[in-house]
Write a protein that binds this ligand. Structure first.
Ligand code: NAD
Length: 487
């Protein structure tokens, strides 16, 4: 791999995300040679640690033996500064250390500021980075922002205005870790690399598209955050809207961030933003009750007993454009569902005339072709076709053509964060959310939230281990359709 040169400053550098995902991903890049001699890392947060203690913590996070020589060499590039992000004076200390590392490792003034802390600090940090001169270097300056990016359109815009005072849009990398997943990136390969797919990819041949992000666990330790967010904000506004957008957009002029973003924004502009009546018919929400060995959401730690937070959402999205008019996108996501998986089901229209099903033949009606893209845990596709059943007579049955990434390859699949950190070093924004995408997504989601805030839900309304409330099935059955994945 080509070696990349940069200084990294991780704000919130002792947090859960940093130890669990960010440092191990950096180490993978190190092992592959993307990071080698010319990189340096400053971890910073409120905790008081020496450089050596920090290096030991990072080493522990890597899942290797303490004596691993390569890992020891890797962590020797890490230093630590205790720092309160609201304390202006401290940025001078950070700047001094940054300049030192720049010299030691010959970093050409390239800097990546990774903001892995509470979103309420994003604006403050970005402001001081600029005013205190940390961005005054010869090389590139890029800022990476963790989710959530606002909690509605207004707060997202405020946050973006604050960031824009210090950084230009092309310097801002908003993480949506779903965009770092192998199979999500494969959506574009499958669509734009195959005539037989892309030529059928429209409302003439596709009946509907279904996106399901199903989680088996409940809120775990994140309850205090989650109760103020809910499934609509936490999953739909970002991950689901991004997936839908990759499925819906037109072919980009070229496979570059600028051209891809242009198409994504164009698609979002034709997404129908619902009025009150449409929002209440086209979206349903849920909250899990108690199961056999599971407490109800309202009884989880740090959740108010009268919480009306949504732990499930299902909905229908409509694009008012030539390609998709009349072909809905159904989405659903939730906690405490039957299984943990993410998949996309593309349901094609049935043949207009079914010549095999006539009374004498007693054949079951032809089934629709379905292209299923399995995103996780197993990555792959299946294409369901109708074929003749072996033997006398003329019966048909659906068969599946399968492709699955084999276990060896899936072990070698880069972690989303590994890919995304690499992209930031390359300056490639393809797999990050642009401000325009974020703002259109919030405008869509805000309308649904607005309706929900007016009506008191009947919660809880689904049992752990199910696929959500009955209303989620009714939503799609009303249109004479069914979820492809169902229990
Ligand atoms: P965390 O609470 O584990 O860590 C927060 C870090 O910020 C700590 O290092 C803490 O010392 C530091 N910090 C807090 N206040 C500070 C201050 N005033 N000055 C300096 N440092 C301060 O959080 P986390 O789980 O690592 O999450 C970090 C970010 O990543 C958040 O924006 C979160 O929404 C996002 N995120 C986390 C996950 C995850 O799996 N943990 C997933 C997606 C997004």
């Amino acid at each position: 791999a080509t070696e990349r040169t940069s200084l990294f400053i991780f704000f919130g550098g002792t947090g859960d995300l940093a130890y669990r995902k960010l440092y191990p991903s950096m180490f993978n890049l190190y092992k592959k040679g993307t990071l080698r001699e010319h990189f340096g890392v400053i971890g910073t947060s409120r905790e008081k640690l020496t450089d050596q203690q920090f290096q030991e913590n990072v080493l522990k996070s890597l899942d290797v033996a303490k004596t691993d020589k390569e890992a020891q060499k890797f962590v020797s590039h890490f230093v630590y500064e205790a720092h309160d992000v609201t304390d202006k004076a401290h940025y001078q200390v950070l700047k001094k250390r940054a300049d030192e590392l720049d010299k030691t490792y010959k970093l050409n003034g390239n800097r990546i500021f990774y903001l892995s802390l509470a979103p309420s600090f994003f604006g403050t940090v970005a402001g001081y980075l600029k005013t205190e001169g940390l961005t005054d270097t010869e090389g590139f300056d890029r800022v990476v922002i963790e989710k959530p990016f606002g909690r509605d359109y207004d707060s997202a815009q405020q946050l973006n205005d604050a960031l824009s005072k210090s950084f230009e849009e092309k310097q801002i990398f908003r993480i949506d870790h779903y965009l770092g997943k192998e199979m999500i990136q494969n959506i574009e390969a499958v669509r734009f690399g195959n005539t037989i797919v892309e030529s059928l990819w429209n409302n003439r041949y596709i009946d509907n598209i279904q996106v399901t992000l199903s989680e088996k666990l409940g809120v775990e330790e994140r309850a205090s955050y989650y109760d103020n967010s809910g499934a609509l904000r936490d999953m739909v506004q970002n991950h689901i809207m991004q997936i839908v957008n990759l499925l819906a957009m037109e072919q980009p002029v070229s496979f570059t961030d600028v051209d891809i973003r242009a198409e994504k924004v164009k698609a979002l502009r034709s997404l129908r933003v619902y009025n009150v009546a449409e929002a209440s018919t086209n979206f349903v929400r849920g909250q899990y009750g108690a199961g056999d060995s599971q407490r109800a959401y309202r009884d989880e730690d740090n959740v108010p007993h009268d919480s009306n937070n949504d732990t499930f959402v299902a909905g229908k999205l409509l694009f008012d454009n030539y390609r998709w008019s009349g072909t809905p996108f159904y989405i659903r996501t939730g906690k405490m569902l039957a299984d943990k998986f993410t998949r996309v089901d593309v349901v094609f229209k049935k043949p207009l005339i079914d010549i095999f099903s006539f009374p004498q033949n007693q054949n079951a009606p032809l089934e629709a072709n379905v292209l299923t893209m399995y995103i996780e845990p197993h990555a792959g596709f299946t294409l369901r076709l109708n074929a003749k059943t072996n033997g006398q007579g003329f019966q048909t049955e659906p068969i599946n053509l399968d492709y699955f990434v084999d276990a060896k390859d899936s072990k070698a699949t880069p972690e989303p964060y590994e890919r995304l950190i690499h992209d930031v070093m390359k300056g490639d924004g393809t797999n990050f959310s642009s401000w325009q995408e974020v703002s259109y997504a919030w405008r869509f989601v805000d309308q649904i939230r607005k309706v929900w805030d007016l009506q008191k839900p009947q919660f809880p309304n689904y049992t752990p281990g199910s696929m959500g409330p009955a209303a989620a099935d009714e939503l799609i059955q009303r249109d004479h359709r069914q979820w492809v994945y169902r229990l």
